[in-house]
Design a protein around this ligand. Structure first.
Ligand SMILES: [Zn+2]
Ligand SMILES: [Zn+2]
Length: 269
């Protein structure tokens, strides 16, 4: 579905903060996938990979979250939901947090509750389902979070996965997934494109069945979609940073950033 990005609105600060950006696992450069978007006066967490709860706590953001959007049920995007649930329930119980995700991720919440629930503490009996209010999103469908429209796109990834567009902030996140014409259309006109760049190049990679793009493809996506700026994330290795940046720059002449924890960029408002 095509959509146009909305025109400027009230002057609330809108921005993207990188909490974690690694593919796979936390490492010397911080947590796995986790991004905070402030839009329409709301604070949304997109993905909650391992290490993200610490990053949120260090920035005083756990108490400010209004909702979580989880793109898919791979561990590097959701494993810290356990820690987030515990943090919001112990020692004091915070209000339930809506979580929007494809159906398999919500089944993971039940599995985690079965594994990590603490029957002797009422708030932690089923920590995930007590801390979060689950909402199933069918990738490709749009939904609203308290009046803010969120659009999604099915990505080419081995499990149900959704790219995210927040028109009110001019923001698109590819999530994980191989290149497709639909992804170019989905990203068209974004002011800020946060794109996975799992590999610096395609040499020896099965990008389609594994469902990822290279840094060069991320640059081509930014160029073909006519976006304002590009942020590369989800790199497999810090050793790839320079090569990845060069590969993206060879395709896209606009602003390019490498994601790193603490990077904060303004979004359209
Ligand atoms: Zn991933
Ligand atoms: Zn994945």
């Amino acid at each position: 579905m095509n959509s146009t990005f909305e025109s400027p609105r009230a002057a609330l600060a809108q921005d993207l903060t990188i909490i974690g950006c690694r593919a796979g696992s936390p490492g010397t450069n911080g947590a796995a996938s986790g991004y905070v978007v402030r839009v329409d006066g709301k604070t949304l967490l997109i993905d909650c990979g391992p290490g993200v709860v610490l990053g949120l706590a260090q920035r005083g953001l756990i108490e400010r979250l209004d909702a979580v959007i989880n793109t898919h049920a791979h561990a590097d995007h959701c494993a810290d939901l356990v820690g987030l649930a515990y943090h919001r329930l112990f020692p004091n119980r915070m209000p339930q947090l809506p979580i929007y995700a494809p159906e398999p991720l919500l089944r993971v919440l039940d599995l985690l509750d079965a594994a990590f629930g603490i029957p002797s503490l009422p708030n932690l009996r089923k920590p995930l389902n007590i801390a979060f209010a689950p909402h199933v999103v069918k990738p490709g469908d749009a939904f609203e979070i308290a009046g803010t429209r969120i659009e999604t796109l099915v990505t080419r990834h081995p499990i149900p996965t959704m790219a995210i567009k927040i028109p009110a902030a001019g923001f698109v996140f590819t999530a994980d997934g191989a290149m497709s014409p639909q992804l170019v259309e989905f990203a068209r006109g974004a002011r800020c494109l946060l794109a996975e760049a799992t590999y610096p190049d395609a040499v020896g990679r099965d990008l389609v069945s594994h469902g990822h793009i290279t840094a060069g493809q991320a640059g081509a996506l930014a160029r073909d979609a006519g976006v304002g700026s590009l942020i590369l994330t989800h790199l497999s290795s810090v050793d790839d940073e320079d090569a990845s940046l060069r590969a993206a720059q060879s395709e896209f002449a606009g602003d390019i950033h490498l994601a790193r924890p603490g990077l904060c960029v303004p979004l359209a408002s």
